[in-house]
Write a protein that binds this ligand. Structure first.
Ligand code: SF4
Length: 211
């Protein structure tokens, strides 16, 4: 069974496909943090701003692969019937649950299938159309190639000079949210000005207050 926190339509607010209509599927659970605030500082990822615990979000639940594909298609058709179908599998860490069959089934009914992952699992055996990796540390990082790499900035345990030599098509730096967001934004812009190929990515959906 597949555990899904929520399924919702929105626009992609960050990275290469910013502005594109999408259905987001947020899978339950992550391998770098258990989602409990009391354990945040001892986790491998301590700045998460996402609720990925449980299955109680909008359209969330427990699905078999067939019923999840039907649900995603239903959410898309309710709102975006005229566009090219685009689904973003995210989390939490979607690679804990996503299967070859699920992705293939979505593609069969016309979806462009994008993955947003922390990179701790290899993705090459699953036929995604787009792989976006947002790494959290060099040690646990397995998937070191793909379409875009999106580094939340600053992260002192990531080496940007090593990362920029990896096989990604696009290299994004995204200011870390939170109390230092403004200074992180300026530092991101300044770093990108003098360090190719890094390019800034902003969470436009938050600025526009779009869910
Ligand atoms: S890897 Fe992603 S989903 Fe997991 S805790 Fe970090 S930011 Fe959250």
């Amino acid at each position: 069974m597949l555990y899904v926190k929520e399924i919702f339509k929105s626009i992609q607010g960050e990275g290469f496909y910013t502005g594109k209509n999408a259905v987001f599927v947020r899978f339950t659970g992550c391998n770098l943090w258990n989602g409990k605030n009391k354990d945040r500082l001892n986790s491998q990822c301590s700045f998460c701003d996402t609720d990925f615990i449980g299955t109680d979000g909008i359209n969330g639940g427990t699905f078999d692969e067939k019923s999840l594909v039907e649900k995603i298609n239903l959410v898309w058709n309710k709102t975006f019937s005229n566009n090219k179908k685009y689904v973003i599998l995210t989390g939490g860490e979607p690679m804990l649950q996503v299967t070859h069959y699920l992705v293939e089934s979505l593609k069969k009914i016309g979806f462009f299938v994008a993955l947003e992952t922390n990179g701790t699992f290899q993705t090459s055996n699953i036929p995604f159309d787009w792989v976006c990796v947002s790494p959290k540390n060099m040690m646990s990082w397995q998937q070191r190639e793909g379409d875009e790499v999106k580094v939340i900035f600053p992260q002192h345990n990531l080496n940007l000079d090593i990362i920029k030599k990896m096989k990604f098509r696009y290299f994004f730096l995204q200011p870390m949210d939170g109390s230092k967001k403004q200074v992180n934004t300026w530092n991101t812009i300044n770093y990108c000005k003098s360090h190719k190929p890094w390019f800034p990515s902003f969470q436009i959906h938050k600025t526009l207050n779009i869910r």
